[in-house]
Design a protein around this ligand. Sequence first.
Ligand code: SF4
Ligand code: SF4
Length: 504
Amino acid sequence: MFNFTQIRGGIHPDAYKDLSAMQPIGSLALPSRLYLPLRQHAGAEALPLVRAGERVLKGQLIAMAPSEVSAPVHAPTSGRIVAVGPIAIPHQSGLQGNGIVLEADGEDRWTDLDVLDDPFAEDPLKLADLVAQAGVVGLGGAIFPAAVKLKQGARHEIKTVLINGSECEPYLTCDDRIMRERAADIVEGARLIQHILRAYNVIIAIEDNKPEALAAMTAAAAPFGAVEVVAIPALYPMGSAKQLIQTVTGREVPAGGRSTDVGVLVHNAGTTYAIQQALRHGRPLISRIVTVSGGCIKAPQNLDVLIGTPSQMLVDACGGFTRTPETLLLGGPMMGIVLPSTDVPVIKGATGLLALSATEVPHKEPSPCIRCANCVDACPMGLVPLEMAARARIDDLDGASEYGLRDCILCGCCSYVCPAHIPLVHYFQYAKGQQDERRASTRKNDLVKAQTEARTRRQEEEAAAREAAKAAKAAAAAAAKAKKAAEKAAAAAPESGSDEVKES
Ligand code: SF4
Ligand code: SF4
């Protein structure tokens, strides 16, 4: 029996996992058009490499990453590019930007893929670069480029690779199903991550409400001594890296610190699968598993979906709506993004598409705080949400920061337990957004100030150089004038004078 460390706070929301967990992963017909945002990851927007009218093959690179913290985009099928420019993407997601629209030709023809003979024989940095080139990002919703984390092995001593199979958000079961159905590939992906990071061991942590996934992963890991599969208690937000690390290893990531500070690196189970597909088969990230669920979906299920597929196709594949949803969500109900419609495409970070009824997301009017401290007890980060919210509400961002706003992981546990129905997490989302804007504005001001100072310095130096040149010219002219005068005076002097001198 695995000895785990009890973490502070957390909640047990209704799970609603059975709605979709019992069905195998389904597939979808090839969409006629795919809509591919150029920024579906944390970091800089990808730069398009194709033009309208161009023909592309499945898996072909169509937008490149301009920097390390970014991710390229690949064609999910073969076809013709019909547009490069602004497209509809989930609002409130910070993913605004341009995209590429691809019209499928129905042939689904792959480009040539480079397949390694034995990825375990390759240099770790080369493998990390291949993961970057495959466009793999955190598929648990974090969307951070996976290769950036994989390169941490060169800078830090990573003792343990922790594979996150907790999937603590209600409704979501995409990791549960992928662990049940593709366990051997995930274990190989975990071992490849271990090889890249030169880590001592791998721990695959799965919440104890997924017995089938636990059994499948345990069987797949059995031949490998350095890979251990452990059951951890089902508790929200166990999927958060800091909470998972503490539960499994007993090590606490310091406030403001990173998991590498305690020698651990966390990758989600779905991301681990994508890494294995990239390194074993040379396949870029062009599809993912999405949970389609909620009280308004006729037949909830997980679907293997091409990135860029319009959300409505997923709803149709699950039998359509049984009634008009009160809320459409991209992701889980605790941390997901509200969608305006089913027009938006599936992006790399789309863990779920939820269509929830009014009874599943009841609207309750907020009332004044009764200082019950439920929010304090529920906060997994040990914060005081009521005090933080009181400051965020009046735009006192410094005050909110003093109460630990930076450490808030926006899990929503505080809002969930608040008997006064105060939308605490909304205040924190707002305050963090304001802080980001403030930081961006400070960075911009600093840049403008530095550029202005540099320009002033350059102008002063140029003026000084001009003055010096002018003075040198004047001095040269004066010297020339004096010389000329001296020559003239010498020419005017009597001849005898010189004889007198000679004689004396
Ligand atoms: S849970 Fe709600 S009512 Fe209770 S202290 Fe926190 S903010 Fe106030
Ligand atoms: S949203 Fe922030 S303050 Fe609220 S429980 Fe989560 S970490 Fe704590």
